[in-house]
Design a binder for this molecule. Structure first.
Ligand SMILES: *Cc1c(COP(=O)(O)O)cnc(C)c1O
Length: 406
């Protein structure tokens, strides 16, 4: 392709009902288009102070070291490992999906030994098995786990995992990329040590930012390390100079406009109120669930372990998995997710993350599926899915009205 044929890139409008990115609110997009200013500008420094406060709010913590790592969720993950894992360490990694597997890769690349707690895809991390493993591995220093496994839609009991880990003198590395803002992530109450997330899931911000929080145990460990942290960019002792102090020294050029966006996305979340945000995710999940089940579709995960922000549904026998996704994109400009790893071709993943968690998107998705599935050899009675979702919303409204009267 000759470069002189290239025109301005204009992306289509999509409904992003996959595993992230989620849709971004116009307020956040507008914030991103504001003028760039210097990263040492006193106005920018003030914005960063607010941003740290908002990150503390979303994590429900007062950790001094709460900041957005410049980079996607994967960098947020790596940041925790390079700082907390020394060559020769033993690290317990819980794996019940794709992202636990990536944690193992990180441990290996830090020159440490992963001790793997193998879990089942579609089930939460087994607490008794974790305790047994820690008993047998007294040298373990860190327990790493994924709170909300996006590859399966399972939430694990982060509070109890952290309790067990601390009982065996281990620090915790917690992946809250998908869980943060969709379900409670109570960093302080649950005593989580190093926690990272990403902008583009339930925060509905631009990809490429990893809001993270670290407690005093992490700071003490990192500042007490005798060896040099292998990554210059992610060396937390230097980041402490940049994000942690009031007098800042240059470390790297912050992704300035992306940070405006995060500030606005988190401010919107604060305005709505974290508890209302969790309730909204639950409400739309319930309507989607009822609609999908009315069409006879089955969930991969037991109800009690499901993340409301990502629903994993089995592809019925004989139906083409990629075809439904292609047709949804064509008919309704709506994207859903495919299965990963051993679940490839076997499941669809429906994300209702952040701003995407809205009734109109739920209803559009269900109405489109009612039309498409019969053309793929799976009969659906017209209207059943949408009716089931409406019925759920009506029941929720009635329950809320009753509560308001009481
Ligand atoms: C999306 C995701 C990541 C990776 O985030 P990126 O921004 O894509 O690098 C890590 N962990 C979980 C659980 C995720 O869902």
């Amino acid at each position: 392709m000759a470069a002189d044929n290239i025109d301005t890139f204009i992306p289509p409008q999509r409904i992003l009902m996959g595993p992230g990115p989620s849709n971004i609110h116009p307020r956040v997009l507008k914030a991103m288009s504001e003028p760039v200013i210097g990263y040492m500008d006193p106005i920018f420094v003030q914005m960063m102070a607010e941003l740290k406060e908002l990150i503390r709010y979303v994590y429900q913590t007062d950790n001094m070291l709460s900041y957005p790592v410049s980079g996607p969720g994967s960098v947020g993950m790596e940041n925790c490992f390079v700082n907390l894992v020394q060559p020769g360490d033993k690290v317990v990694v819980c794996r019940n999906g794709v992202f636990g597997g990536r944690m193992i890769e990180n441990v290996l690349r830090c020159g440490a030994t992963p001790v793997i707690l193998e879990g089942v895809w579609g089930e939460p991390i087994d607490l008794n098995a974790l305790e047994d493993l820690l008993k047998k591995t007294p040298e373990a220093r860190v327990v790493a786990f994924v709170h909300g496994e996006t590859s399966t839609g399972v939430v694990s009991d982060a509070k109890t995992i952290a309790e067990i880990a601390h009982r065996y003198d281990c620090l915790t590395i917690v992946d809250a990329v998908t869980s943060l803002a969709g379900v409670p992530v109570l960093a302080k109450e649950w005593d989580l040590d190093a926690v990272y997330s990403a902008g583009q899931k339930c925060l509905s911000c631009t990809p490429g930012l990893a809001p993270s929080t670290f407690n005093q145990r992490v700071i003490d460990f990192v500042t007490g390390r005798k060896d040099k942290i292998q990554s210059w960019f992610m060396d937390m002792t230097m980041i402490l100079e940049y994000w942690g102090k009031t007098v800042r020294t240059y470390h790297h050029t912050a992704p300035i406009n992306a940070l405006y966006a995060l500030h606005e996305a988190l401010l919107m979340l604060k305005e709505e109120g974290l508890e209302n945000v969790w309730a909204r995710h639950r409400s739309n999940y319930e309507a989607l669930r009822d609609g999908l089940e009315a069409m006879g579709l089955e969930f991969l995960v037991k109800e009690e372990y499901r993340l409301p922000q990502i629903s994993t549904v089995k592809v019925p026998e004989g139906v083409s998995e990629p075809q439904l996704r292609a047709e949804l994109l064509k008919m309704s400009s709506l994207e859903i997710g495919a299965g990963l790893g051993p679940l490839a071709g076997k499941v669809w993943r429906f994300g209702l993350m952040g701003q995407t968690s809205r009734p109109d998107y739920v209803l559009t998705c269900l109405a489109s599926m009612e039309k498409i599935l019969p053309t793929l050899g799976y009969p659906v009675k017209p209207g059943v899915a949408v009716a089931a979702a409406h019925k759920r919303y009506a029941a929720q409204h009635a329950a809320a009205a009753e509560k308001a009267l009481a």
